[in-house]
Design a protein around this ligand. Structure first.
Ligand SMILES: NC(=O)c1ccc[n+]([C@@H]2O[C@H](COP(=O)([O-])OP(=O)(O)OC[C@H]3O[C@@H](n4cnc5c(N)ncnc54)[C@H](OP(=O)(O)O)[C@@H]3O)[C@@H](O)[C@H]2O)c1
Length: 421
């Protein structure tokens, strides 16, 4: 088993999330990857306040505790901000250590390309899967898409705060200030939300994605940015009437002889797959010459989703091996026989009194409770639609089979599970 020493700079939300996941899943990661990942040292200016999370891990408020630790082979930068993060990353890469960072501000700055070059020159790696769209593996996907073909365009919902605010105005009719306050109360928005609602956060992320997709560095001046501050519920209401929804989109497009980068609120057709992306979720709609359009959706932030992206880089950089005989080898010991669903049932009956009572009796005898009932007007067979509360699969199948045997039932019933996604 290969031992890998990890040094963490910054034990904040993401840093502590990473430590928690390694404690919880370290054994199974070792089993699956052949890597024993150990947090060898942590640097944080207020490490003493975080002693519960850091218990048993050598910690200190001098970066040397990580940067000079002999067992650290991968340095994970989770401080945020430009300085001193840049200085620490440069130091680690120059000493021949790979670095993983979630720092989008640093990567989008002119320092980003310099750090990539420094890693290359020192024959080490710089991983930044967590810098854009948290749990969504977009950096890895883009790298592969880019290697395998040509990325034509990226359309992204890249800021969870904005998407949450828009959804609350759209679905609940909250005004802008109420929706923003709710986002802050739920921890989706900073006390000073200007960077998010003004579109600058999405713009930083888009510049990183476009940089990967198009092999170029896009400076801040290369992108036009508009935020959501002036959007009001009335805009969303009118948009809906016209068959559209509004989303804050980051758009990067390859044109015949140049590139176009934008972040702005955009009307998109209500049937478009991006229109279904709601709440604080992020999504990236990628169009490439080899794959055609593809959509990735997920949590764009949060301690564990982001730490998981950090961890995926660590595992890749540490050189995970295939362990044991590979996939599909475990014997399954238990398969769950039953699952409870709500059901839609359409029963096709003769048009005569007492039919509904007979059907209700069958459901009751199987302890299945009816949530709603509806009868479609029309000629025989009459279409009775029943929606149930959650019921076990076997009981439901039995009840519908029994209903189908009733003399009043003219054709087999249609039963559809209701998935609570
Ligand atoms: N949180 C997310 O969901 C998320 C998602 C995607 C990417 N990211 C990125 O991940 C990085 C970390 O984010 P986070 O949410 O974990 O931030 P955070 O909670 O503020 O954590 C940063 C930690 O580093 C410490 N720190 C900051 N500057 C320092 C310095 N100069 N010297 C020593 N210690 C310092 C902080 O100490 P104090 O406690 O004393 O401030 C804190 O413990 C950022 O680059 C962020 O953009 C975060």
């Amino acid at each position: 088993m290969k031992e890998v020493g990890i040094g963490i700079l910054g034990a904040g939300n993401v840093g502590r999330g990473l430590i928690e996941i390694l404690k919880r899943d370290g054994e199974s990661i070792a089993e699956r990857t052949g890597l024993r990942l150990r947090v060898a040292a942590v640097f944080d200016r207020s490490y003493k306040k975080k002693e519960v999370a850091l218990r048993g891990i050598p910690s200190g408020d001098h970066a040397e505790v990580v940067l000079d630790h002999p067992d650290v082979s991968i340095v994970v930068e989770l401080l945020g901000g430009l300085m001193p993060s840049e200085q620490f990353i440069r130091s680690a890469l120059s000493k021949g250590r790979s670095v993983v960072t979630a720092n989008k501000a640093l990567l989008a700055s002119p320092v980003g390309p310099e750090l990539c070059k420094l890693a290359f020159e020192n024959n080490v790696n710089l991983g930044f899967e967590a810098a854009v769209a948290g749990a969504i593996p977009i950096i890895r996907s883009l790298r592969l898409h880019h290697l395998a073909g040509q990325v034509r365009s990226i359309h992204g919902i890249l800021n969870g705060t904005c998407n949450f605010i828009i959804t609350r105005m759209e679905d609940d009719g909250l005004d802008y200030a109420e929706a923003l306050k709710l986002a802050q109360d739920k921890g989706f928005a900073e006390a000073d939300p200007a960077f998010d609602v003004g579109g600058q956060d999405a713009a930083q992320k888009l510049r990183i994605l476009a940089g990967l997709a198009f092999d170029a560095y896009f400076p801040e001046s290369s992108i036009r940015v508009e935020g959501i501050e002036s959007i009001r519920p009335v805009d969303l209401k009118i948009a809906r009437r016209m068959g559209w929804v509004i989303r804050l989109l980051g758009v990067a497009r390859r044109t015949t002889d140049s590139f176009l980068l934008r972040v702005h609120p955009a009307m998109i057709h209500a049937n478009h797959i991006l229109a279904s992306v709601k709440e604080e979720r992020n999504a990236i709609f990628l169009d490439s010459s080899s794959t055609g359009p593809a959509l990735l959706v997920g949590q764009g932030a949060g301690s564990h989703p982001t730490a998981t992206a950090v961890l995926s880089d660590i595992i890749e950089l540490a050189g995970a091996e295939q362990v044991g005989p590979g996939l599909f080898q475990k014997n399954v010991t238990k398969i769950s026989p039953e699952f409870e669903y709500r059901y839609y049932v359409r029963i096709q009956t003769q048009d005569q009194p007492g039919v509904l009572a007979e059907i209700a009796r069958v459901f009751a005898s199987h302890k299945i409770s009816i949530a709603s009932f509806h009868q479609e007007e029309g000629p025989e067979p009459v279409q009775l639609v029943i929606v149930t509360h959650a019921a076990p699969e076997l009981a439901m199948a039995d009840a519908v089979a029994q209903i189908n045997r009733l003399p009043v039932v003219m054709l087999p019933s249609v039963m559809i599970r209701i998935e609570n996604l």
